[in-house]
Design a binder for this molecule. Structure first.
Ligand code: SRM
Ligand code: SF4
Length: 584
């Protein structure tokens, strides 16, 4: 399918080479399709990669990191035993829609056990990360991941990243159609050049040292995309994936097919969402995606290709802070961009079709499906799966997956959904978690969708704590929600250790965003529960021990002035941010 389209040229992209390119563009250009000297480095006896290869290994799903804790104390608490004073690595999976067989889950678990300090970290894009890995183990790890039909290629880097897809909560066959599309996208937009196979899996038939042909990357071209590119898929009216935070989002509509069964017949197309920003640089900002219009299902791949190649050709390759697709939309406007995609894909959007109102599905606990089987959503604080004294979560999940043989789906909220359990499996699951003392109750409304990013001690970009302080922050907010009697409409809270927005704080109702060393945070308000808007920084440089006093005032005002059951984000949108600012 790809390679035949007339829009798959890299001409505009090579024009872009006339401008002064960012350093990463130069590294990609001379990398021989992401090879660099990674293979040589793997056998050089050191614990690290050189600066160029450090950029290139990201495309293979690997980050070089350091344990930023000076001593092995905090690291042990939540992130497993991390090497001190050595370079170490993070590996991220590419798992479209977050779906894994039991064998695949157990493979990740087993690798974490042996190489990753006994800790797995579920991510906000339905994937999993391992931390604290050593360079000498990387090849074995990649081969073990590959041996169960999985990969890490394209999990990071300037490519189409892991595709997120709606959760299969109630067994509706439309989800299977969405998941099939997510897998097709994942294959369609995967790197074609073969460096991954050659370096990690010893497959030399892909070696291209003599002639480097751009045909090897028929969509991306030799220098790939200007920046990361994220795609999400959901059903129209059901936003469990934070659709508006993606560069490209598809919300499926459906109609009965000839056999009377519902079939996906088209998609609302959203473009230009994204979270990253830099404090005090107003030219950088989080942005909620724009709706381009509706397309019939037959246009899906040509429109997706047109949007990805528009980013390839029009994205800024000189300034990585301005390189995401959202800046093309912000600079040129949505009408211009719609016309550009119509030209590239040779189609027209239906802009008259009305978008249904959004709901956010709930998946925790047991959900009985029409076929009599059950799904079970397990809440996992911060997505961290690890054994701690008195709380052997990793062992419990490993045992539950092994005993039931159930497939699982990672959720965009860093949780696990166990799929399609019969009555025996359901009992097995309950007794396993009980034996390990794991609480399987549904979390309350405050905790249900709350997120925090990884941050310290592994993330090189972290300015403040996030994952490790989140339990304490949440305890304080829970106390306040109880005090003001708003637990049934508790706000969506998300926290990050820097403004890059990995836990999507901007599309939450209370976004706590690391701002400065010394534990100072910016507080973003105004985002809505359904993820359709982004918030604004209302408070700056707040210490976490000051947050409860601020939220106390906010909650009091909200309760006093809101309509019955009005959510915080909707309330703030109604009264305006000036009224909120006046509180502090
Ligand atoms: Fe992220 C960079 C972790 C989802 C925006 N992100 C990073 C790095 C790799 C730090 C680095 O560059 O050195 C973090 C690794 C930390 C560590 O030690 O593990 C990191 N991002 C994560 C994860 C694991 C957070 C989590 O707690 O789950 C998420 C992995 C998702 C996945 O499986 O693919 C993760 N990152 C996101 C999201 C949310 C989303 O996509 O839904 C965003 C905001 C949406 C967006 O992309 O705009 C996000 N991450 C960033 C950015 C800012 C990009 C920008 O446009 O400015 C960076 C920094 C960068 O790319 O330069 C970043
Ligand atoms: Fe690291 Fe910042 Fe992302 Fe948190 S938001 S994981 S601190 S890059």
């Amino acid at each position: 399918m790809k390679g035949n389209s007339p829009i798959l040229t890299t001409e505009a992209h090579s024009d872009a080479e006339a401008v002064e390119l960012s350093e990463v563009e130069v590294i990609k250009d001379k990398s021989n399709f992401l090879r660099g000297t990674i293979a040589e480095s793997l056998v050089d006896g050191t614990d690290s990669f050189n600066d160029d290869d450090k950029q290139l290994i990201k495309f293979h799903g690997i980050y070089q990191q350091k344990n930023r804790d000076k001593e092995d104390n905090g690291g042990l608490r939540l992130t497993g035993k991390l090497p001190i004073g050595k370079n170490m690595f993070m590996v991220r999976g590419r798992i479209p829609g977050g779906l894994l067989t039991s064998q695949q889950y157990l493979a990740w678990d087993h690798i974490a056990e042996r190489f990753g300090g006994g800790s797995l970290r579920l991510t906000t894009r339905q994937s999993v990360q391992l931390h604290g890995l050593l360079k000498e183990d990387l090849k074995t790890i990649m081969q073990e991941i590959h041996s169960v039909g999985l990969t890490t290629t394209g999990a990071c880097g300037d490519v189409v990243r892991n595709i997120t897809a709606a959760l299969n909560i109630d067994g509706n066959p439309l989800y299977d159609q969405l998941h099939a599309t997510a897998r097709q996208f994942s294959t369609y937009f995967a790197s074609e050049a073969g460096a991954y196979l050659e370096i990690w899996l010893d497959d030399t038939q892909y070696s291209m040292s003599d002639s480097v042909s751009e045909k090897r990357e028929s969509i991306f071209g030799k220098t790939y995309l200007p920046r990361k590119f994220k795609i999400g898929l959901c059903l129209a009216g059901e936003n469990g994936i934070d659709l508006y935070a993606n560069d490209l989002g598809f919300a499926a509509t459906f109609a009965p097919a000839q056999n009377g069964e519902n079939q996906i017949d088209g998609f609302f197309v959203f473009v230009g969402g994204g979270g990253g920003m830099t404090h005090n640089k107003p030219e950088t900002f989080p942005r909620a995606a724009d709706l381009l219009g509706w397309i019939p299902a037959a246009s899906l791949f040509s429109v997706a290709t047109a949007v990805v190649t528009a980013h390839r050709d029009l994205g800024d390759r000189s300034n990585r802070r301005h390189a995401r697709l959202k800046y093309v939309l912000a600079d040129r406007g949505v009408d211009w961009f719609r016309a550009e995609i119509e030209k590239r894909a040779n189609m027209q959007f239906d802009t008259a079709r009305a978008l249904p109102a959004w709901k956010v599905p709930d998946y925790h606990g047991f959900i009985k499906k029409p076929n009599g089987k059950y799904n079970f959503g397990l809440y996992i604080m911060n997505g961290r799966i690890k054994d701690m004294p008195g709380h052997r979560l990793k062992a419990a999940i490993q045992m539950a997956v092994a005993r039931t043989g159930a497939s699982v789906q990672f959720t965009p909220d860093q949780d696990i959904l166990f799929l399609n359990l019969d009555e025996n499996q359901r009992e097995e699951l309950v007794s396993t978690f009980k034996a390990y003392g794991i609480n399987t109750d549904r979390p309350n409304e405050l905790y249900r969708r709350a997120l925090s990013c990884v941050s310290l001690p592994t993330c090189a970009l972290a300015l403040t704590e996030s994952e490790r302080s989140f339990p304490h922050v949440m305890r304080d907010i829970n106390r306040l929600a109880e005090k003001h009697n708003v637990l049934d409409r508790a706000p969506l809270v998300r926290m990050t250790g820097c403004p890059n927005g990995c836990a999507r704080p901007y599309s939450s109702e209370i976004g706590i965003v690391g701002q400065q060393n010394g534990g100072k945070y910016a507080i973003f308000l105004g985002g809505k529960y359904d993820g359709t808007t982004v918030g604004t920084a209302v408070l700056q440089k707040v210490q976490m021990n000051e947050l409860p006093a601020h939220l106390d005032k906010l909650f009091a005002y909200w309760v006093a002035e809101s309509h019955p059951q009005e959510r915080l984000g909707d309330f703030i949108a109604r009264v305006g941010l000036d009224a909120i600012r006046a509180l502090f």
